[in-house]
Ligand binder design. Structure first.
Ligand SMILES: [Zn+2]
Length: 278
C-alpha cells in the first residue's frame, strides 16, 4: 500500500464517498453545547483578540516575513515548526469521519479588525471533531485563500474559529471559489463598519451553518494561528469541498482587504490526513 497520494487525486473519491452524509452533520444544539456554554466568551485572550500589538501587516515593512521580529510575543511566527497555513499536497487517507456541526443563529455583530472582517458568535454553537467538542467563537475571511491545494490558492478562505473548555483551538477552513452569488454573505457585507469598529446590528441574525458545503470531508493537521502571535497547538480542519461567492461579492471584500493571507509555511514533516465523510 502506498499511503502517500496527491490531494487532488483523492478529493474526488472522498467527495463521492461522503455524498450520503449531506445534511446529516447539521443539527440542533444539544446538551453538549450547554456544557461548554459560557466558555470562550472572553475575547481578551491574546490568541483570540481581534487586534494585537505591535502593528503588523500583510505588505510593507511589517509583512509576514517580519512578524517574528516585531515582538517577543510573536516569536512563534519565526521559530515555530508547526505553522499555518500550509499547502495541502501530499496527504494520507485518515479514518473516515465527518465534523459534526451544531450551529445556531446568532445576533449579527460585524467587526472590522483592521486585518479582516469578522463575525462574533454568541455561546451555544459548536462542532464535534474526533469526539471533542469546541464552541464557535467567531468567523472571518481571507483573500486569497491561505491554504492551497496542490499549490493552487482559491479566491478566498473562511475561518470558523472554535475553542474548547480547556482553551484549545480548532479552526474549520472553507475555501471559496468565484461562482454563484451566495445569499448568506449579504447581511455581513452590508454591515461592515469602519476599521477598528464593531457593528452590532439590531434585529438581524446570521447562521454560520449557511456557509457549509454539502460535503464535510476534511483535511486535518496540527498548526497555528495564521496571524500574530502565530500560537501553535491549533487543530486545523480544511474542508475538501469549496463554497462559492460571486465575483462581485469577492470584489467587495478585496476592495477593503486586497491581500490578507499569510503565505504557506513548511510542513516540517507534519502529516495531513484526509477524512472522508461517511
Ligand atoms: Zn484566519
Amino acid at each position: 500500500m502506498n499511503p502517500i497520494i496527491s490531494a487532488a487525486s483523492v478529493t474526488a473519491a472522498a467527495l463521492t464517498v461522503g455524498l450520503a452524509a449531506i445534511g446529516s452533520g447539521i443539527g440542533q444544539g444539544n446538551a453538549a453545547g450547554q456544557a461548554v456554554e459560557g466558555i470562550a466568551r472572553q475575547l481578551s485572550s491574546p490568541v483570540l483578540a481581534s487586534e494585537t500589538s505591535p502593528h503588523w501587516t500583510y505588505g510593507g515593512e511589517t509583512n509576514p516575513t517580519q512578524w517574528g521580529r516585531l515582538s517577543h510575543d510573536f516569536a512563534s511566527c519565526d521559530v515555530g515548526r508547526d505553522q499555518s497555513p500550509v499547502d495541502i499536497d501530499h496527504v494520507i487517507l485518515g479514518s473516515p469521519a465527518a465534523i459534526e456541526f451544531n450551529y445556531a443563529p446568532t445576533p449579527l455583530t460585524v467587526v472590522n479588525t483592521g486585518h479582516t472582517i469578522q463575525v462574533n458568535y454568541e455561546a451555544g454553537s459548536h462542532v464535534t471533531i474526533d469526539g471533542k467538542t469546541y464552541e464557535l467563537v467567531q468567523f472571518h475571511f481571507h483573500t486569497p485563500s491561505e491554504h492551497t491545494i496542490d499549490g493552487q490558492a482559491a479566491a478566498m478562505e473562511l475561518h470558523l474559529v472554535h475553542q474548547n473548555s480547556a482553551g484549545e483551538l480548532a479552526v474549520v477552513g472553507i475555501l471559496i471559489n468565484v461562482g454563484a452569488e451566495n445569499p448568506a454573505i449579504a447581511p455581513i457585507w452590508d454591515h461592515i463598519p469602519a476599521p477598528g469598529e464593531t457593528n452590532t446590528v439590531e434585529g438581524l441574525t446570521i447562521n454560520a451553518a449557511d456557509f457549509l458545503p454539502g460535503n464535510t470531508s476534511y483535511y486535518s493537521y496540527a498548526g497555528s494561528l495564521t496571524t500574530p502571535p502565530c500560537s501553535e497547538g491549533v487543530r486545523w480542519n480544511v474542508l475538501a469541498e469549496p463554497i462559492e461567492l460571486s465575483e462581485e461579492q469577492v470584489a467587495a471584500f478585496a476592495a477593503l482587504y486586497p491581500v490578507n493571507a499569510r503565505p504557506v509555511q513548511p510542513t516540517n514533516g507534519r502529516v495531513i490526513e484526509l477524512h472522508a465523510a461517511e
